[in-house]
Design a protein. Structure first.
Length: 76
């Protein structure tokens, strides 16, 4: 079974800057899909604020999430 992964870039990144990552994931056997369909979500920086509602069994990897005292990155 092929695992499905989504990549949510930060505020100033985009599809162009995440292209090498997405290509590497595909070469490794993952299927890159929109975040609502993903088994695994990789997000960076302000992309953490774009997360969909979590599903059971879904893995979320936040790289360098923004920090604001007293606020959760999950429910911005």
């Amino acid at each position: 079974m092929t695992q499905k992964v989504a990549v949510i870039p930060g505020l100033f990144a985009g599809k162009y800057t995440t292209r090498p990552l997405r290509k590497a994931l595909e070469r490794a056997g993952y299927k890159v899909v929109p975040s609502a369909q993903a088994d695994i979500i990789l997000t960076h920086s302000a992309g953490c604020f774009e997360l969909p509602a979590p599903r059971k069994g879904q893995v979320v990897v936040m790289v360098d999430p923004p920090y604001w005292p007293g606020r959760s990155s999950w429910n911005a």
